[in-house]
Design a protein around this ligand. Structure first.
Ligand SMILES: NC(=O)c1ccc[n+]([C@@H]2O[C@H](COP(=O)([O-])OP(=O)(O)OC[C@H]3O[C@@H](n4cnc5c(N)ncnc54)[C@H](O)[C@@H]3O)[C@@H](O)[C@H]2O)c1
Length: 258
């Protein structure tokens, strides 16, 4: 059992590229992390890797878009760590079908919305009462460049990520007087499994050409590293001044400056 004086947060999608980077940075800063991912092995491996870190990784295998699961892991964070200071919602899926809207299956839309938008909704809904009861806390949700822009063949993904911005801003307004900050970090393409999936979707014949399309979108001639996006999220979670709330924070090599 961890000590109650150490801060504790929940990270979803913790076994993925950006999620694992966020967990590493958090525990090295002495913050306990309940690390949730659909893939059990990914978070178990993270626990082993970080066994000597100053804070604890508590791995949880589960669906961050399922209400009962989210209620259970929020309750576990409270009982195990004794307190909850924040949530970093990172779990997400790609579009899966790279086609114009009329050709995308309804089931694809439903699943992308369920994972990318509903998981964020649930993560906030069930954590907020604990954050308020504890005197305040922070929420960081993961958008995308496509949370405030668009790209052809990404309609369902765009819809899900635009929803993340809307609900996060609403929470920032609703809970400001409860000392809760809520912000959105918006990466451009990242060097992760999801980035690879996007490259293959953009150019199925030559994924390297797909990567090049994404590289050419930023001013510095490369895509984002998951550690960079995670670092901005961790700063928003732990360090940003109290007045920083309701903000869309791009990590995109100036892509959104165009
Ligand atoms: N990679 C990119 O190019 C890119 C660009 C912009 C935004 N993003 C966003 O950044 C976030 C992290 O993406 P990443 O690149 O690290 O992807 P990733 O595929 O490496 O990691 C995503 C993780 O989420 C987990 N996950 C998926 N569905 C889940 C569910 N229902 N419950 C719990 N866990 C679930 C996966 O198992 C995986 O470990 C996502 O929200 C993504 O939409 C990614």
């Amino acid at each position: 059992m961890a000590t109650e004086s150490r801060r504790s947060v929940i990270v979803t999608g913790a076994g993925g590229g950006m999620g694992a980077a966020a967990v590493r940075q958090l525990v090295k800063r002495n913050v306990n992390v309940l690390a949730v991912d659909l893939r059990p092995q990914s978070v178990e491996l993270l626990k082993s890797e970080l066994a000597d870190a100053p804070a604890e990784v508590l791995p949880v295998a589960g669906d961050a878009a399922d209400a009962e699961t989210v209620q259970a892991f929020v309750a576990l964070a409270i009982t195990h760590f004794g307190r909850l200071d924040g949530v970093f919602n990172i779990a997400g899926v790609g579009t899966g079908e790279f086609r114009p809207l009329a050709e995308v299956q309804n089931a694809t839309y439903d699943e992308v919305m369920r994972v990318n938008a509903k998981s964020v909704w649930l993560g906030m809904k069930y954590a907020l009462p604990h954050l308020v009861a504890g005197g305040g806390g922070t929420i960081v949700n993961t958008g995308s460049h496509l949370a405030w822009h668009a790209a052809p063949t990404f309609s369902a993904y765009c819809a899900s990520k635009h929803a993340v911005i809307g609900m996060t801003k609403a929470v920032a307004l609703e809970y400001g007087r409860d000392n809760v900050r809520a912000n959105i970090v918006c990466p451009s393409a990242m060097e992760t499994a999801m980035g690879q999936e996007a490259a293959e979707g953009i150019d199925p014949e030559d994924p390297r050409a797909g990567w090049q399309v994404m590289i050419d979108q930023s001013a510095n001639g490369r895509v984002a590293r998951p550690e960079e996006t995670a670092a901005v999220g961790v700063w928003l979670l732990l360090d940003a001044p109290q007045h920083v709330s309701g903000v869309v924070f791009p990590v995109d090599g100036a892509q959104s400056a165009k």
